[in-house]
Design a protein around this ligand. Structure first.
Ligand code: PRP
Ligand code: MG
Length: 219
């Protein structure tokens, strides 16, 4: 394939990128540049018919939905916030595992506040996940949408609690916050543009199948 549009894979920097590399390798795809050191956003691979684009984690589902990329790797957190419209989700890749939890300042009695029916102010990058969780619990919340460094919100008195990703727990510890309630386990999912699946069926099928085999072999 030389003149046709290459298969475009959307990834985000960090754990998702690193943990997707072995899956790409299983599909015979190698990124030929040092992505973490580059300011470029489009990367060639060893295959002329495949390229990788780097986007924000929360933008991966958007690029794939609108065809900016044919497929992508998205954390379940970003996928839920996006809503999943227009996305085929064939695989749980079992990578970049972590959880979404509620955390508060050390010393804040969260359980008591919930029991007393207090209205809680929640700072989060994940309003969809947080809203659903507290609605099911019957807890009234006001949501403050943030885009990062959520840990600061309870420390500055801007919020009672945060809803955020927890992996090692080091960030919470470093900021004197405690995890008080897990909400859900997170891993990354393969997402595919539905039109691409028809137009580029053979190369996409090959990638999806290779990913599936690699995931099955590892787990
Ligand atoms: C993520 C997450 C937590 C931290 C969890 O933040 O929002 O803050 O990592 O990891 P840990 O439990 O291993 O410490 P990130 O570094 O991605 O920055 P951001 O929230 O400002 O985007
Ligand atoms: Mg953070």
């Amino acid at each position: 394939m030389s003149t046709a549009t290459p298969v475009t894979i959307a990834l985000s920097k960090g754990r998702i990128f690193e943990e997707t590399l072995p899956l790409l390798a299983a599909a015979g795809i190698e990124v030929t540049e040092d992505v973490e050191k580059s300011r470029k956003l489009i990367f060639d691979t060893n295959r002329s018919d495949v390229r990788v684009v780097l986007v924000r984690a929360s933008d991966v589902p958007v690029y794939v939905q609108y065809g900016g990329a044919d497929l992508g790797v998205s954390g379940l957190d970003s996928l839920i916030e996006h809503g999943g419209q227009g996305l085929y989700q064939p695989l749980d890749l079992q990578i970049a595992k972590c959880r979404v939890s509620v955390a508060v300042r050390n010393g804040f009695d969260y359980q008591l506040a919930v029991k007393q029916g207090a209205r809680l102010r929640i700072a989060t990058k994940y309003p969809e996940i947080a809203r659903n969780f507290f609605a099911k619990k019957g807890v009234h919340v006001d949501m403050v949408k943030l885009y990062g460094s959520m840990e600061l919100a309870p420390l500055t008195g801007m919020a009672d609690a945060i809803v955020d990703l927890v992996s090692t727990g080091n960030t919470l510890k470093a900021n004197d916050l405690v995890e008080v309630e897990p909400i859900m386990d997170i891993s990354s999912r393969l997402v595919v543009n539905q039109a691409s699946l028809k137009l580029k069926q053979a190369p996409l099928r090959h990638i999806i199948d290779a990913f599936a085999q690699a995931v099955a072999a590892k787990n």
